[in-house]
Design a protein around this ligand. Structure first.
Ligand code: GLY
Length: 359
């Protein structure tokens, strides 16, 4: 069992261990006094884990209500938020009550956003059930939903009061869903931790589980994120490093109408950007080669069918764009990236080269 403390606008603990779901009530009661809790979960996750979590919360003395929604990225929109807000009001939750987000990134993001909006803000806890949510979206307080125009365009910074990561759930994840998280772990290696990158490069999915590496891998990622968020909670500087591969990743997700899921899109985004940067002399060639090799090892698709024009147009809505420039995250070496503001014309060329270029 490991604990990482995030020191942002509020201080909170991320617990990483096996079998935490059954003990959710005990952990939640450390942060929320007896109150009404709304458990938010998609219909798939709720079917798998809802009963366990609710029994544990009720045993700890909480009054629990449940909001479920259709699983999938397409539910991450303002309609679902609106339905949840109406539900919270109907259930008469007050400012001393709380939300418990039980699920992957979609659940945590939109339930956290509803927590930020309802009564101008109520507390919430995250119980991530995917590797992606555990290492990234459940920590750091970025909450929100997609708009028709693009990914995560409406939201709020709203920190959870607790994150409970039970990694014993991840062994039974579908391969593609697990890979969404693996892509984010590889990202952490590239931006901040060469050792972590080497662990990922010298293992595969099976050996990560066989060698019990998941707990330490998750702890490393959460620690990196915690350090960055503690320094730059509002994403005005250093936090943007966490977006390596995401500008093109989000564009790929949107072009595919979310058929290509987040981690798979980020994997291609990391590769396109590192190739293009290498070709333009902005990053060493070896970074692109190493990234390609590790993605190959985990059997990621390393290209998509969208043209440079399509990707460029879809990427223009990126939150790191200001006027005629956009901030890119470029690798200096594995374990260290930098932010570089470039003109949109150069970004356009880089997208073209990333799509075309083979290592
Ligand atoms: N997922 C990137 C961030 O939290 O900043």
């Amino acid at each position: 069992m490991r604990k990482v403390t995030v020191d942002a606008s509020i201080k909170y603990d991320v617990w990483i261990g096996s079998g935490l779901l059954e003990r959710a009530g005990a952990y939640v009661s450390e942060v929320f006094p007896r109150c009404k809790l709304c458990v938010v979960s998609d219909d798939t996750v709720y079917g798998l884990y809802g009963e366990t979590v609710i029994a544990s919360l009720q045993d700890a003395g909480y009054d629990v209500c449940v909001f479920t929604f259709a699983a999938g990225e397409r539910s991450k929109n303002l309609d679902t938020v609106s339905a949840l807000l109406e539900f919270l009001a109907k259930e008469q939750l007050t400012r001393t009550d709380a939300i418990v987000a039980l699920g992957g990134g979609v659940t945590g993001d939109f339930a956290g956003f509803a927590a930020a909006c309802y009564l101008r803000g109520i507390p919430f806890a995250q119980i991530p059930t995917t590797l992606l949510a555990a290492v990234d979206s459940s920590v750091g307080g970025k909450t929100g939903v997609n708009l028709t125009s693009g990914k995560n365009l409406a939201g709020a910074f709203w920190q959870p009061s607790l994150v409970l990561c039970d990694y014993s759930l991840f062994e039974s994840l579908e391969a593609d869903i697990l890979l969404d998280g693996i892509a984010e772990v590889i990202k952490y290696g590239v931006i901040a931790d060469e050792e972590l990158f080497k662990v990922m490069a010298s293992n595969d999915v099976a050996s990560l589980f066989e060698n019990n590496l998941l707990e330490q891998v998750i702890e490393k990622c959460v620690t990196i994120k915690s350090n960055i968020v503690s320094e730059d909670e509002r994403d005005t500087g250093k936090r943007q490093l966490l977006n390596f591969g995401h500008t093109l990743g989000h564009a790929i997700e949107r072009c595919s109408n979310y058929e290509i899921s987040h981690g798979h899109a980020v994997a291609i985004g990391m590769l396109y950007m590192s190739r293009a940067a290498a070709q333009a002399g902005l990053s060493p060639e070896s970074c692109a080669t190493d990234i390609e090799a590790v993605l190959k090892k985990y059997h990621f698709a390393r290209s998509c069918n969208y043209s440079a024009d399509q990707l460029y147009e879809a990427a223009l809505i990126d939150k790191k764009r200001t006027g005629n420039s956009i901030t890119l995250i470029l690798p200096d070496r594995i374990g260290c990236c930098r932010l570089e503001k470039v003109e949109l014309s150069l970004f356009r060329e880089l997208v073209e080269n990333g799509v075309r270029y083979e290592c």
